[in-house]
Design a protein around this ligand. Structure first.
Ligand code: HEM
Length: 343
């Protein structure tokens, strides 16, 4: 069924909202009343209709608005897209993967026609109909990774595998939770995870790296990460900290419902066929507290998670200024009933 794309903004007047149908498919990430880092990985396989797992690359009602916001970020700061020279094969791998998955999942919106190396790509929501030669960058208006990620929701990193490690050697990162591709480019798995508290000591990153080094083609994997954001702002980058950092001091008991957002990242990891690199997709979902409390079990569980969060995570995720105000506001929806495991 065709998606009804919304016109909305992630800045200035912040008109972004979820439709009731989109709230129902929101990937609420908590399967119990507390949260701690773990190697929470599972096969990235298709799920039921009406969930974000309906297609392996998810497109939703925010697609056009998100692509517009990405274009604005890139206009002001072209370094949000970067690729080291040895990543060209991996760029083409990624273009192929995203075109194939979007066309397979949403044939009414995207079509890929291959005739040998001559490919035609039709993207109806964005009004694009391009014919190009696969492998020949001169036939596209941008490098392949930039071209296709201007047309795909989420942030994207391509990590190269060598010397028993993973290296962040290419990416399109415009909707990130306070980290910078420009800072991390060329770093390895342990280096870019350097700022994360508690997880290194718990062996989470050693195990995760070992797992990823053995990732097989055709068997993508996924995990959830989450944080919170004030206002529905996609671009919470260190580069723009002066624009969004002060928002965290604006939360009051009166505006929690509208201003405070749960930000969930559905991260999927794909071994790429020609380059042997790994594509890391960070698909971001935002939902404000008014929307969250329309689902009673989420309204009950989320304040419990916030209440029991380790202090190191509260600090790292930047929740210190408004966590208690949010718990107080949400607590009226928590009747104390036990929640069963699972979302
Ligand atoms: C955070 C990238 C895979 C667990 C981060 C950050 C980056 C990142 C850039 C932010 C660090 C900062 O504060 O500057 C990546 C990339 C991956 C990957 C490119 C794949 C190649 C994984 C995996 C795990 C993981 C497999 C599984 C355990 C975490 C955790 C955080 C984090 C727990 C902290 C998140 C938070 O509390 O908000 N990752 N990551 N990452 N990553 Fe990864």
């Amino acid at each position: 069924m065709a998606i009804a794309f919304k016109q909305e903004t992630f800045r200035d007047d912040f008109s972004y909202r979820n439709s009731p149908e989109n709230i129902r498919r929101f990937p609420f990430p908590f399967d119990r009343d507390e949260y701690m880092y773990s190697v929470n990985m599972e096969p990235h396989v298709k799920g039921q209709k009406g969930t974000v797992f309906e297609s392996l690359i998810d497109v939703d009602e925010h697609y056009i608005a998100e692509m517009h916001d990405r274009a604005l970020v890139l206009r002001d700061d072209p370094l949000r897209y970067q690729a080291l020279p040895h990543m060209m094969t991996a760029q083409w791998d990624t273009l192929e993967l995203l075109m194939e998955e979007q066309a397979a999942g949403y044939p009414e919106h995207f079509t890929l026609i291959r005739n040998g190396d001559r490919w035609r790509w039709i993207n109806r929501p964005l009004g694009i109909d391009d014919t190009f030669t696969f492998g020949d960058t001169a036939t596209l208006p941008y490098e392949p990774l930039e071209y296709i990620t201007r047309q795909a929701q989420g942030d994207f990193c391509i990590v190269d595998q060598r010397d028993g490690n993973l290296w962040m050697d290419a990416g399109m990162v415009t909707t990130q939770a306070d980290w910078s591709l420009d800072f991390d480019i060329g770093m390895n798995f342990m280096e870019w995870h350097g700022p994360v508290p508690l997880a290194h000591q718990a062996g989470v990153f050693d195990r995760a790296l070992k797992f990823l080094l053995n990732l097989q083609q055709g068997k993508p994997t996924r995990r959830f990460n989450w944080t919170m954001t004030i206002n529905p702002r996609l671009d919470t980058s260190p580069e723009n900290y002066p624009k969004w950092g002060p928002d965290r001091a604006t939360v009051t008991p009166e505006n929690v419902g509208e201003k405070v957002h749960l930000r969930v990242e559905l991260q999927s990891l794909w071994r790429l066929p020609r380059s042997n690199a790994i594509l890391f997709v960070i698909r971001c979902y935002l939902m404000n507290m008014n929307e969250l409390v329309t689902v009673p079990k989420w309204a009950r569980r989320f304040p419990r998670v916030l209440r029991t969060l380790p202090p190191e995570l509260i600090d790292y995720k930047g929740l210190t200024r408004y966590r208690q105000t949010t718990i107080d506001w949400l607590s009226k929806y928590d009747d104390g009933a036990p929640t069963s495991p699972g979302t």
